[in-house]
Design a protein around this ligand. Structure first.
Ligand code: GAF
Length: 392
């Protein structure tokens, strides 16, 4: 059963009667453009087929009740919270993600009455595939639905407004200082496309991306080393970039052109130079990748993925031994390109592989992990899929 049907069935068991709507939102893979979003730069994500569904029904008493299907197959219920009493720190734990979205919507003036939510997610958690944003986006759409302001209704906020509200929930309520990549991907991606998104201008373009059409697959390798942006060095990197921009008297590191990089680096203290080098070269790699995809030259993006990984590993220093092993073993076994994705410090890598070589490459990666006595990574082929929407 897909997550939307499952959420609707669990909702009926839990609350009696059908939900008024079910919305779902996907996890994402960022093809390239990592740690560029909070530097006002470029990203190129696509949506995964894995989704989080939220069945919803309004309730008139201004309470928010949330239940979620756990990996143990049981429904976990959080105590109902008063929408008027939501504030950062109340509540905490997993329910802070849906509650934070209700808080951000309430604060922005959306007329929330109260709601019953039942959540069923299939995006692997802690795998760098944006499970928290899939949850938050689906909750935002479900709650907007109860206020008759969901996409498609006359007075609905735009997808970019919703993305910013979800970012506020994540930053100020859940306490993770993330950028706009993941929410935008979850809300705005379309099947068989990657989303070329200019974070500064808000402009985006759907770029056809169907690796299978040219005999390739994009393999996702989940190292199963969990990561969390609240606790990792993510915030430190972000602060370093902001400090570098301030020293250079620029709005953001996006403003350094690739041609000016060499002349700009010496103006920064030594420890901030690698951050600048990563952001500027990574933005440039996104633009080149978009050109290659537009020209249908898929194999040409392999070296760009490799360069992105080297930059994240050596300059930005957000890779991990397991991510490096996934990338190196995929390349040694014949992948055309590979890199870590997402915030880093664990999570997943991707590898662009010829369809026929996929089983051999997956086996080689598993053997490499086994030789180091590491838990076997999970891998699957990522098919660019639809963004968030209403299921029922
Ligand atoms: C995480 C964050 F949530 C994104 O905003 C982005 O910064 C990404 O790490 C790195 O590109 O997924």
């Amino acid at each position: 059963m897909n997550p939307a049907d499952r959420a609707a069935a669990l909702f009926a068991d839990e609350h009696g009667g059908a939900p008024s709507a079910v919305w779902s939102a996907p996890g994402r893979v960022n093809l390239i453009g990592e740690h560029t979003d909070y530097n006002d730069g470029f990203v190129l994500p696509f949506a995964l087929p894995h989704r989080t569904a939220v069945a919803v029904r309004p309730r008139p008493d201004r309470l928010l009740s949330v239940a979620t299907l756990g990996s143990d197959g049981r429904l976990h219920r959080a105590s109902a919270v008063a929408i008027d009493e939501l504030r950062p720190g109340n509540p905490t734990g997993w329910v802070a993600y849906p509650a934070g979205v209700a808080w951000a919507l309430r604060d922005a003036g959306f007329p929330l009455e109260g709601a019953e939510l039942v959540v069923v997610g299939e995006v692997p958690t802690g795998a760098g595939l944006s499970s928290s944003h899939a949850l938050e986006c689906a909750v935002a759409l479900a709650l907007l639905d109860t206020a008759h302001q969901a996409p498609g209704e006359p007075n609905a906020p735009s997808l970019s407004d919703i993305a910013r509200l979800v970012q506020r929930a994540e930053n100020d309520f859940a306490g993770a200082p993330t950028g706009l990549l993941d929410q935008t991907a979850s809300l705005a991606c379309t099947a068989e496309h990657a989303l070329f998104f200019d974070v500064r201008s808000g402009d985006s373009e759907q770029i056809p991306f169907d690796p299978r059409g040219v005999g390739l697959e994009l393999l996702v390798i989940d190292t199963r080393v969990k990561h969390s942006h609240g606790e990792s060095g993510y915030g430190q990197r972000r602060q370093g970039c902001e400090r570098a921009a301030e020293l250079l008297e620029l709005k953001a590191l996006r403003d350094v052109a690739i041609g000016d990089l060499a002349a700009t680096l010496p103006k920064l203290p030594e420890e901030l130079r690698p951050l600048l080098r990563h952001v500027v070269t990574e933005n440039d790699r996104v633009l080149t990748t978009v050109d290659e995809l537009r020209a249908g030259r898929y194999a040409e993006i392999g070296p760009l993925l490799n360069a992105s990984h080297a930059s994240l590993r050596d300059d930005y220093r957000v890779s991990s031994p397991e991510l490096d092993l996934a990338v190196d073993s995929a390349l040694a076994a014949g992948a055309l390109g590979a890199r870590m994705i997402g915030g880093g410090f664990g999570g997943s890598a991707i590898a662009l592989v010829p369809v026929d070589d996929r089983p051999g490459i997956e086996g080689a990666i598993r053997n490499a992990f086994d030789r180091r006595h590491l838990a076997a990574p999970r891998s699957f082929t990522a098919v660019p899929s639809a963004g968030a929407g209403r299921d029922r």
